[in-house]
Design a protein around this ligand. Structure first.
Ligand code: XUL
Ligand code: CO
Length: 444
């Protein structure tokens, strides 16, 4: 399909064409140095491996406001005074951006795409008007929806929680929003649907019944799943862990917490995890740790690719440019067989001071090049280096004999004790961490 670069006769990113691949030697900031969509890495193209998505919220809705100052970025698509006209303009700009950048996917919240109305029915109508337009734009450009979601944290009604609100009336409004967002996701062929519970947590145990709130959260997810399956959604539901911010303590603290929750309530499988790098660091983990916990559980769904700042403790949502970190992430993803239905969604925003429209291109180009390089490096490490053999070799003693019998559950505690007596003091075996670290650097 031939892709149009912009919609109608209005071009928002003037002077910028389709971003080309120019290779490592290029000095052009508006060109890819590594990401070449159709380049093969192993059995798949870079595009198929990485499944990049642009997020609607930061890129087209976030103007740089922070708790101390107003927006610094002036977006031409915000010019129309009427909110529906502005939503249409934003959508045109978004699809122009996606097409020029050359990503296959995007992600959105209901309220990014359409303004909220005064009633549930009005909000539903506004969203479905915009979804119809998005469907046309997808057809015209070949863009696909990685996931949709509902914003259950922005409106004041959700200040005490959405699905976990102590007031049932609020829970019903959250349900209405999720129903509409699921309808939208299905209409747009979304491959996944995300739940991020920014307000699903608590500030004080003095006023909170946590067990009841967790039960409500599980019941809510169950009703959403049943509704979505009923309207033909075959994709994966994703829960996105985050320890805090905006809530003091969020129930979906980290990957292992979410995995435990999903298993406890019988939701694992339909629901998987959407791992965000900056949320991992807020939880005191590395990005790759969170990914590893999910792949171990068979529950890695998708990835929000960004990074935090080591000098502070909040969600800076910077674009991923740390190659080392990305290599560690891709080692886990590739060892798991790669991203299948998930993708790499840039849940990231340019800095408040980056006020040129081209900065959002430059930021995405950098993120895509970072992961393209990481894909190549991790592939070479896994396929061409001694790393996998050495790692597996550390567990050799479980591959046969008594170690294998232990893994099969055939040895009781007394039998283990007797083996310790017979074997004597074990050898000291080096973990060789520095050897592994040097190897990664050698392949960078
Ligand atoms: C918030 C965050 C969200 C989710 C979708 O920190 O990451 O943007 O990804 O609601
Ligand atoms: Co996110």
């Amino acid at each position: 399909m031939t892709r149009q670069l912009f919609i109608g006769d209005k071009e928002y990113f003037r002077g910028i064409g389709r971003i080309p691949y120019e290779g490592q030697e290029s000095d052009n900031p508006m060109a890819f140095k590594c990401y070449e969509a159709k380049r093969m890495v192993g059995h798949k193209t870079m595009e198929q491996h990485l499944r990049f998505a642009v997020c609607y919220w930061h890129t087209f809705c976030g103007g740089g406001a922070d708790p101390f100052g107003v927006d610094t970025q002036v977006f031409p698509w915000d010019a129309p005074a009427d909110p529906v006209d502005a939503a249409r303009a934003r959508m045109d700009a978004a699809f122009e951006f996606f097409t020029k950048l050359g990503v296959p996917y995007y992600c959105f919240h209901d309220r990014d795409m359409a303004p909220e109305g005064n009633t549930v029915a009005e909000s539903e109508a506004l969203l479905s008007t915009m979804v119809e337009l998005a469907r046309e734009r997808q057809e015209a450009t070949g863009m696909k929806l990685l996931w949709g979601t509902a914003n259950l944290f922005g409106h004041p009604r959700y200040m005490n929680g959405a699905a976990t609100n102590p007031d049932f009336a609020v829970v019903t409004h959250a349900a209405a929003q999720v129903k509409a967002a699921l309808d939208a996701t299905v209409a747009l062929g979304g491959e996944n649907y995300v739940f991020w519970g920014g307000r699903e947590g608590y500030s004080s145990l003095l006023n909170t019944e946590t067990q009841r709130e967790l039960d409500h959260l599980a019941r809510f997810l169950e009703t959403a799943r049943d509704y979505a399956r009923g309207i033909g959604f075959t994709g994966t539901f994703l829960v996105e862990p985050k320890p805090m911010e905006p809530s003091k303590h969020q129930y979906d603290f980290d990957a292992q917490t979410v995995i435990g929750f999903l298993r406890h309530y019988g939701l694992a499988g339909d629901f998987k995890v959407n791992v965000e790098a900056n949320h991992a660091t807020l939880a005191g983990h590395s990005f790759s740790h969170e990914l590893q916990m999910c792949t171990d559980a068979g529950l890695l769904g998708s990835i929000d690719a960004n990074r935090g700042d080591p000098q502070n403790g909040w969600d800076t949502d910077q674009f991923p440019s740390d190659l080392y970190d990305a290599v560690h992430a891709m080692l886990v993803v590739l060892a798991d067989g790669g991203l299948t239905q998930g993708g790499l969604n840039f849940d990231a925003k340019v800095r408040r001071e980056s006020v040129d429209l081209e900065d959002i291109f430059i930021a995405h180009i950098g993120g895509m090049d970072t992961f393209a390089r990481a894909l190549q490096v991790a592939t070479r490490l896994l396929e061409g280096s001694a790393m996998p053999v050495h790692k597996a070799g550390r567990y050799r003693s479980f591959d046969s004999g008594d170690g294998a019998a232990f893994e099969r559950g055939e040895l009781d505690l007394l039998a283990l004790r007797n083996l310790a007596v017979a074997g004597g003091e074990p050898n000291h075996t080096s973990g060789k961490q520095e050897w592994y670290e040097n190897l990664v650097n050698q392949y960078l």
